[in-house]
Design a protein. Sequence first.
Length: 159
Amino acid sequence: MNKEEKKPSPKFILGENKKIHLVLNDRTIPVRIHPCFPWRDPGRFISVCGIDGEEILLIHATKGLEGTSKQILQQALLETRFTLTIDRIENIKKEVEIRNWTVFVEHQKRTFQTELDEWPQTLSNGSILIRDVAGDFYCVQDPKKLDPKSKKLLGEMVG
């Protein structure tokens, strides 16, 4: 291949039950997505592995992907991040440039802060992902199972 030819961008599709598949050489392969490093830049160095765990492809950056494939991969990366699971939300207080959250994680009270322009994201599985100012992730696995007060507070954040 000469320098001017570009390798085709990998194509990802969602299969049955929203499982990710890689389209490669006219084959559709079910895959798992694993962020490698650096942790603070999750859009770089992504290992795409077959169901057997063997690496099929290493993606250097999501920014080189196109349209739907990029969205699918970015969503998968969000879902694979280590997160703390929120059981209950006690309070969300807006202050200058930040929100102070008081929550319960595994029945332990915890506080964290988010920037005012950092909004919780609803993932494809219905869970809610929240990123704090330190880069840690918190997740509400099933918002419908929250107590009424927690639902109300979270509802104000996600609409």
